[in-house]
Design a binder for this molecule. Sequence first.
Ligand SMILES: *Cc1c(COP(=O)(O)O)cnc(C)c1O
Length: 460
Amino acid sequence: MKYVSTRDTSKTFEFKDVFIKGLADDGGLFIPEKLTKYNENEVKDFKKLSYSELAKKIVYPFIGNFMSQAELSGIIDKSYSAFRRDNVVDFIKLGDRTVLELFHGPTLAFKDIAMQLLGNFYEYYLNNENQKINIVVATSGDTGAAAIDAIKGKTNVNIFVLHPDNRVSPVQRKLMTTGKDENVFNIAIKGNFDDCQNLVKSMFADKKFSADIKMSGVNSINWARIIAQSVYYFYSYLLVENASEPTNFSVPTGNFGDVYAGYLAKKMGLPIDKLIVATNQNDILHRAISKGSYEAEKVSETISPSMDIQIASNFERLIFDLNNGDDQQTSLDMKNIKEKGQYLINEDKLNKINENFLSARMSENETLEVIKNVYKKFAVVLDPHTAIGYGAFDKHNLKGNNIVLATAHPCKFPGAIESAINVKAELPNELTFILDQKENYDIVENDIEKVKQHIKDRTQ
Ligand SMILES: *Cc1c(COP(=O)(O)O)cnc(C)c1O
């Protein structure tokens, strides 16, 4: 499979470039030139497979000549061996909805599912290339922990994680900072998540610096993450399918990565009906999908911090589709977003979006209400992100199989859970040990030169 950038389709790239670079040099996002499609019978056949077997089937065509099928097979088995469920994910039925639990990996959020695979891809690549790279990533909490767990202890790769000082939950922070591996560096930035993200962006934009340290990124625009995430849409679709009825997914959304993976599955032939983009009060995507106005506003802090975003980076991939693959138009749209902070979607395009996507916005109070009601009715504790996905189904009357993606374990957000239902959300037994481990991180000012120096000093 060959890849192109959303801003220039004249050059093609191999999976290896796509995976290591993350972002194309022209600022665009990588997408496959052509997708592998599955017909109805092929999709039905997937039903026999375990999660790992299915992942091997779905992922292989995307990675082309990066590695052999047997090597991929070994890497997938290794990646998913650390999960607390044999089939990686789990399901619970809550009334007419199915909750797809994606948080049974090492750091208790769905990001582990893609990140564990990515970590092993890095190891494989670096062993063959004999070079050393440095991953730099900004996090509002979940990405950092998932990336650290995936990279820790691997040779030829360091990871630097920037989190906003005092703005991640203590459990989220401990999952990042209590390890003892020498290739992991946690940096608490005196600022907010946007500051962290801007620092990482400036470091990537500084071609000399990024080349000097052989910088690589694992944020949610990395295509390898999207591929890995599309697998659980196939897997869950096949298990809950009531053949005669449509199947819909509700996806707690920030950067539009996870829900885009569902759209990708649909484009590959999985007959999903609707994907609901569920947002918190940082609702740029809800305004875009319901009213056609994609317009950045200030980010506000919520009880679902992993969805507190201003611009949804992966949305560019959808814009490219809406432009029927026109790279010039996509470049222009992205330039306008950057300069004017705005992208207006005409009725034609909006109709096209609504064939696949609906959206819903949940206020803070509505989110707490969902946690309360679900606990009362089913004695199940939803984390605030998952509660947003669950509540989004109340705003649309969709028939058929309704699947909510449960993106994090409630114990990561004890504050919100306690204020909703006055219950202490406990960590799984295997993880309670982190609570009294020594934490390791440096606090650095929100100053690009200081951060660069800090990283440089540790990359020798
Ligand atoms: C990252 C994250 C999300 C948002 O996913 P996107 O791919 O950025 O849309 C939702 N919930 C949780 C718990 C997360 O960690």
